[in-house]
Design a protein around this ligand. Sequence first.
Ligand SMILES: Cc1ncc(COP(=O)(O)O)c(C=O)c1O
Length: 356
Amino acid sequence: MPLLHAAFMNPAEARSLSPVLESCAYLNAGSVGPLSRHTFQAMEDCERMALEQGRGGPAVWERAFATESALRQRIAALINVPEDKVVLTTSTTEGCNIVVTGLRLGPDDEVVTTNAEHPGLLMPLLASGAKVKQADVMSRPVPESLHAILAEVTPQTRLVALSHVLWLNGHVLPLAEIKRETGLPLLVDGAQSVGAIPVDASVADWYTVSGRGPETTGALFVAEHERLRPQVQSFAASMRTDAGRLALVHLGTPMIAGLLAALEDMPEWAFEHAAAMVAYGRKALLGGGAEVRTEAGQGTLVSFRISGEPGELVKAAEARGIVIRNLPDGWLRASIGWWTDERDIDRLVEFLVEQR
Ligand SMILES: Cc1ncc(COP(=O)(O)O)c(C=O)c1O
């Protein structure tokens, strides 16, 4: 099948790039999203070339460096930062670990975070040895989150570390205000924001990216790499003097080519369409009798619940071709993306109505 170029696609054509969307209401995204034919083909081409031409020759390396540079440029443009400040990683989790370990926090230091963080950020913070203070943003309306975070800051605070979009309810934290009001180093978990909503990572000191294309891909924006004193180093540190010296794991060429292809699939209308689908989804879920805890006008996650055991509901939905997830606090979550259409949401709501 000939592949369409993303720039010329309408929503139906964009959906047709991911075969999983033909049969499935695919409503779960984070570390990864739906895989497209472009992404698959880019990875397959790399593997085939490796199979036929080997992996160690100079021509292979030159090609790999060029693709890597194109990927860093593409990510930098997406999050509004210079390319030389972008480090490729395997994940948001790795990015958080690079920053937290590089700051060399100790028991006399405090870190302010929230009570709505994914373990990909929370576990590195807990491992740091610093005192971790979690602002309660979950029991408050969105406009009160800034106040809740500022209330945890003390003269001992060395780092503010939180998600741009909270994975438990999709609420958006006010990064620029947090940075302005605290003046403190700011690490942002961007796993649920990059590719979902417009992002200006330059408001933070460090901002992570999850690939959402091939598995185990991502990136980290580093404003001033000199401020980190890495405790773990790879051979990248012997070759690079910019932010790239912080890179820990060398991503395989299929991963790099695959992520570049996945990013090139993103249509110009991606954010606008996703936001419209979120508004549609929130309304439809409420109309279908679900309890919805996500406020209007936030990110692309909608968290809701109905009666029934959440894990069993997720499995029953999967058996019907509807992919959602349950969360550790007992709620359910639908992730909406630029690939979502009304029919995906209608299928979810019909399923929920049947469960009553
Ligand atoms: C907010 C948040 N942070 C971190 C992660 C983990 O991402 P990664 O697998 O890129 O480390 C996720 C995964 O969905 C997430 O939603």
